[in-house]
Design a protein around this ligand. Sequence first.
Ligand SMILES: NC(=O)c1ccc[n+]([C@@H]2O[C@H](COP(=O)([O-])OP(=O)(O)OC[C@H]3O[C@@H](n4cnc5c(N)ncnc54)[C@H](OP(=O)(O)O)[C@@H]3O)[C@@H](O)[C@H]2O)c1
Length: 322
Amino acid sequence: MRGGPGGGTADAGIVFHIQTDRRSDGQGGRNAMKAGFIGAGRVGVTMGAYFQSKGWPVTGYASRNPGSARHAADVTGSIAFDSPEELASASDLLLLTVPDDALPGVWEELKAFWPEGSARKILSHTSGSLTSRVFTDAAALGVLTCSIHPMFSFQHRDGRTQGLDNAFFSIEGDAAALKFIQPRIEALGNRVLVLKPEMKVKYHIASVTASNFVTALMDLACRLMQECGIGEADSLAALGPLAECNLAGVLDKGIARSLTGPVERCDAGTVERQMQALSGRELELYRILSGILVEISQRKHPERNFSGLKDRLNQTGNRSDG
Ligand SMILES: NC(=O)c1ccc[n+]([C@@H]2O[C@H](COP(=O)([O-])OP(=O)(O)OC[C@H]3O[C@@H](n4cnc5c(N)ncnc54)[C@H](OP(=O)(O)O)[C@@H]3O)[C@@H](O)[C@H]2O)c1
């Protein structure tokens, strides 16, 4: 571990900044960096509302659909621009909050009209997996580039920002851009991870695993409940407190120390009955996830012998299959 800028620490290339001084000022003064958004969707509207609420000035929005830009401008008290070029001219920081696959095309169009005299503007996107290298030829135009990924699940475009205060933001890109961006995000009260470009794909898989895959597992749990005759709303009501309490334990005590359940107890009979009740994709998933639970359990209980359980989980198919 080594000291990072701003008093942070670094490990394996990640500079980890813990901001303890949760100021909400410092954005609108002499060094104000006016932020404009291309793409008035969930992230664009919510981040704009969040910036405004913390005193970080927002110029406004341009979007594919003018109605979306007008809605975002209304929500944030900013301006709907007719063209991305006008928005770029009026902004110091331009955030492309469009779907990942649209980014190269939006940049290609923008590049052709990139406003003259706008060197030292900062151009960014909010994709978790793409890097700032998507902005090809930006350096030749004198534009500083980065990516700013809020580690948050944006589900609305009505300006609500609840929970965003606690989110980490990961940033990647030109050192000169990060030097401007990092203190401004920290001044919002958010913590910052500085990533190298080559880390982004795996970093994003981690984010997807901790959020979208949990949704997939909740869907699987609800379908099993459905097979017991319990509908989705009742299933979520019943499974919700269990899931929340489990996650609270993981966050509080750590992964191995919080683990409970049949694998951790080495209850081979229970695992066998559960495998007998499943087939196909569900059985495969059960085997793979339980295999990971065996590894965690072994870390928690080095003295216990999990080899029988491990062998059973390594057998493909259900014993009754054949
Ligand atoms: N949602 C999340 O939880 C989340 C979290 C972190 C990062 N991100 C990243 O943030 C970015 C935006 O995601 P999102 O969830 O906000 O997407 P979204 O809700 O689908 O919004 C994207 C917006 O981009 C606009 N758009 C699409 N193509 C465009 C184009 N060619 N030119 C101009 N505007 C265009 C659309 O505007 P119109 O309404 O005008 O058609 C749409 O409202 C993505 O890179 C995503 O990976 C998302």
